[in-house]
Design a protein around this ligand. Sequence first.
Ligand SMILES: [Zn+2]
Length: 186
Amino acid sequence: MQNHLEKSTKKVPHAVLMQRAIELAKRGQNTTTPNPNVGCVIVKDGQVIAEGFHQRAGQAHAEIEALNSAKKNGYSARGATLYVTLEPCSHVGKTPPCADALIAAGVAEVIIGSPDPNPQVSGQGVAKLRQAGITVSEGVLRRQCDELNRGFFKRMTTGIPWVTVKPETAGKVLCRDDQLGHRYCR
Ligand SMILES: [Zn+2]
């Protein structure tokens, strides 16, 4: 049984902060295509020092947004705990790998919702972080985190595109919906 004192001094549960990261991820809902929606919260000494979310494909990932925001707010992320809805990337895409940035920033602990759905890189971000001595917890609110990126995950695991962008629709995103067929999302 849990010790009473331990219970009363317990820090904010991981799920509460992950829920906040999920809310942030949702802000990118209509603009991140074909990238996933990702949210991130950085906590240090029991206080949220920064937040971030992925806003647009080709731009900074959520983790980088949050790290930059911490810096801007005058905080160091050294020794901090970072909550992120999706496993940090470990490969060079349009932007440098987030795992490297987290290591360089001196983050002590990383709490992850969903694993990377791409079978070629899944688990590599986590492995890289652990190799650098960072404590990693996975699968926190995984169902809700997975739900953020249903289409992206489907595409990554089956190779079937969920979202198609047609240049002639001038920035409009054509979404394929299982129930409704093709329609414009925005
Ligand atoms: Zn990344």
